[in-house]
Design a protein around this ligand. Sequence first.
Ligand SMILES: [Fe+2]
Length: 304
Amino acid sequence: MTVVPESLILMASRFRTERQLRRLSRLPGASGDKVSFAVLGDVEPSRFWIYRKLFNREGVFHDQMHELQAQPLTFTVQLGDMVSKGTRANYEIFLRHLRRAWTGRPYLTVIGNHDRSQPNGKSHSTLYRTLFGRPNYFFDHAGVRFVVLDSSYKRVTRTQLRWLKLALDFPGRKIVFTHMPPVQLSLWGGVGKVHELGGFIGGSREFAEIVSAAKVSRVYMGHVHAFGVQDHGGVRYVLTGGGGSALFPSGNVDSFHHYLTVEITPSAIRERVHSHDGKVFSIPGGLVILPTHDERKRRWWELV
Ligand SMILES: [Fe+2]
């Protein structure tokens, strides 16, 4: 049994999903027809000291939080992997950083594999659930349904798929956030037998079919510390994993620290990528397919 100290529960209490959603529902734009929000990818500092020493750039999470909160955005969704491993000590450090960076705008979380008791292999999500609440949830804002789906155990179960179908039974625009890309997209997967490290396998085909049938406008994902876009089954999948976690010297031009800002109106979705080095660019309309995994030369050690 995981015993969570009262002090840690208190630290996390203001960031609990239900409290953040209450905060969001009180904002003036709740009944409007336009919403702007930020999507921030992986921020965990790596559990291997050598990675931390060689590849980490301290302060990127803090910088990006500060920058995005200075903009007129309604809320932020962090796509998971906030800690390197879901231990009490790691959550305590992260919550301290978050409290320093947070300015009061709703901040919602997605659970990542690193937020579990073990990032890979057999694990549980008791600590995340105790601190933040349910890992599968949805909310409506400005006529848009936002669905957060837990793919942190590298699978989506049948029960989750049934729930997802119901959650997407909504007449308006639909947006999905999940930590891992479905593996069959093949853009961000691993190598050979460790292919699954780059995406979730169980339920991935059904997931793609469901979001396609429901005409979901976007699936936002993290897990791989890079940026990428792929259109699949009429749905645009956007990888935004550059929240502050270590970048590896792979030579891939799509590996950079960044966050997204998204504006949704009844007729359009406008997305801008804000890189940590100050560049801002829009995600183009039309069909976008980034290089495949093989072309990107991604290495397995980037995916642990
Ligand atoms: Fe991950």
